[in-house]
Ligand binder design. Structure first.
Ligand SMILES: [Zn+2]
Length: 380
C-alpha cells in the first residue's frame, strides 16, 4: 500500500496551515532600544531569526537580542494600501502627502510636480525591468504591496531620516534602498527653487525633466534609478531580501539598469546601454595584466564597502553583468533563478560561489576571464 504517498500531502497541508494561522510577537533589542513587533518569522537559525511585519519591514534579530517570543492564533495579513499609507505617514514628520501610481506609494513634502516626475520615472523603470526579464525567460511576480518611496524637500531633512540606518553617510549619498524597511528614500534633486513651484501640470513636470536631463545631473538621476532597481529586484522575486546575494550580482544589475532614459515618456530605451560612468574604470582594470579579476569579484563582498576598492569593484561588477547579459543571457538567467531559491540565514560558504558560477555560467574560469577582458577592452 502506498500509505506514505497518500498521507504526505495531508501532512504538508496541515503544516502549512499551522504556520500560516499563527502570529509571532517578539520583543527584542534593536539599535539600543527594546521593541515589540508582531508579524511572521520568515527565517530561523541558531544565530537568530528574521521577523517580517505587515508593513513589509524585515527585522534581523540576533539570538542574543531576542528577549521574548510568543505565538498567538491569527493569520499574517500584509497591510493593504490604505493601512500602509496611514502607517508610513504616521512615521514621517508632519507635512507629507502621498502620490499613488500603479505600483508605488510616493510620500513627499516637496513639490507635487517632483513627486509626479518620480512616479512616472519609476513606473517606466518597472515596466522596462519586468519586460526585460520576461524576454529572457524570467517571469517576475507582482509585488504583494505597493512599493514605498519617500522624497524629502531637501538634503538636511533626508539626512535626518537616514541617520538611524546610515549614520552620517546619509548626508553624502543622494538616495538609498533599505532592505530593512523595503523603502527607498531620497531628496528633491532640483533644489529649493523648483520645490517652490506647487503645480503638477505637464509644464511643471517638463521643467523638472529639463533640469535633470542636464549632463551634470546624470549621476544624480542614475543613483535614483539605481536604488529603485534594487527595490524592484527584491519586490518582484528576482532577488530575496537578506538572503546571500553576491554583491557583484546586486550592484552590477542595479548599475546595468540605471542608465536613465529621460527622453521618452513611455518606454525605457536605456536598459543595457554601455554605462559611460563605469566603462573607463572597467577598461583600465581588464587591461592590467596580472592577478585574476573574476574569482575575487565573485567571492569578496567587502571590496564594495571599502573606500579604497569600492570604485573598482562597482565598475567590474557592472562590466561582468554587462558581459553576461550580452553573451550568456540564458546561463545568467538560470544562475539568478538558482540564487532566488536561497533563504535568509542559510548562507552557503563563500568558496561555493566559484563552483556555482562554473556550474551555471562557465566551467573554465581562465578561458572565461580571457574572453571577458577582451570583450570589455573592446567596448566603445
Ligand atoms: Zn546599489
Amino acid at each position: 500500500m502506498n500509505v506514505a504517498r497518500t498521507l504526505s500531502p495531508v501532512l504538508f497541508t496541515l503544516a502549512i496551515c499551522a504556520s500560516a494561522a499563527a502570529e509571532d510577537t517578539l520583543t527584542f533589542r534593536y539599535n539600543d532600544a527594546e521593541v515589540t513587533k508582531s508579524g511572521r518569522i520568515i527565517a530561523q537559525a541558531e544565530s537568530g531569526v528574521i521577523l517580517e511585519t505587515p508593513d513589509s519591514m524585515q527585522w534581523p534579530i540576533l539570538a542574543d537580542d531576542l528577549l521574548a517570543k510568543k505565538q498567538t492564533p491569527g493569520e499574517f495579513v500584509p497591510l493593504n494600501k490604505q493601512q500602509l499609507t496611514e502607517q508610513v505617514l504616521s512615521e514621517l514628520p508632519a507635512g507629507f502627502e502621498v502620490h499613488e501610481t500603479a505600483h508605488y506609494l510616493i510620500f513627499y513634502n516637496t513639490s507635487k510636480a517632483y513627486a509626479y516626475w518620480c512616479g512616472s520615472l519609476y513606473e517606466r523603470l518597472y515596466r522596462g525591468f519586468v519586460n526585460y526579464w520576461k524576454q529572457r525567460g524570467v517571469n517576475l511576480t507582482e509585488p504583494t504591496q505597493p512599493m514605498v518611496a519617500v522624497i524629502f524637500d531637501n538634503r538636511q531633512n533626508y539626512a535626518a531620516y537616514g541617520q538611524e540606518e546610515l549614520g552620517d553617510a546619509a548626508g553624502s549619498i543622494v538616495g538609498y534602498y533599505s532592505m530593512h524597511t523595503n523603502r527607498v528614500a531620497m531628496y528633491d534633486l532640483t533644489g529649493v527653487d523648483a520645490a517652490r513651484a506647487q503645480g503638477s501640470s505637464k509644464r511643471d513636470i517638463a521643467r523638472i525633466n529639463n533640469i535633470l536631463a542636464r549632463p551634470e545631473a546624470t549621476f544624480l538621476v542614475a543613483t535614483i534609478v539605481h536604488e529603485a532597481t534594487h527595490q524592484i529586484a527584491y519586490n518582484c522575486g528576482l532577488q530575496i531580501r537578506l538572503a546571500d546575494n553576491p554583491v557583484w550580482v546586486s550592484e552590477g544589475l542595479a548599475i546595468y539598469f540605471e542608465t536613465p532614459d529621460l527622453s521618452s515618456s513611455r518606454g525605457w530605451r536605456g536598459i543595457g546601454e554601455v554605462n559611460r560612468i563605469r566603462l573607463p574604470q572597467a577598461k583600465r582594470l581588464v587591461q592590467q595584466p596580472g592577478r585574476k579579476l573574476i574569482p575575487q569579484l565573485l567571492i569578496d563582498d567587502d571590496q564594495f564597502r571599502k573606500a579604497e576598492t569600492a570604485l573598482d569593484a562597482y565598475a567590474l561588477a557592472w562590466a561582468l553583468n554587462y558581459y553576461l547579459l550580452k553573451r550568456y543571457p540564458d546561463n545568467y538567467a538560470n544562475y539568478l533563478k538558482h540564487l532566488a531559491e536561497r533563504r535568509p540565514l542559510h548562507d552557503p560558504p563563500r568558496e561555493e560561489r566559484l563552483a556555482e558560477f562554473q556550474q551555471f555560467v562557465a566551467e573554465d574560469l581562465d578561458a572565461f576571464e580571457a574572453d571577458f577582458r577582451k570583450f570589455i577592452a573592446g567596448l566603445r
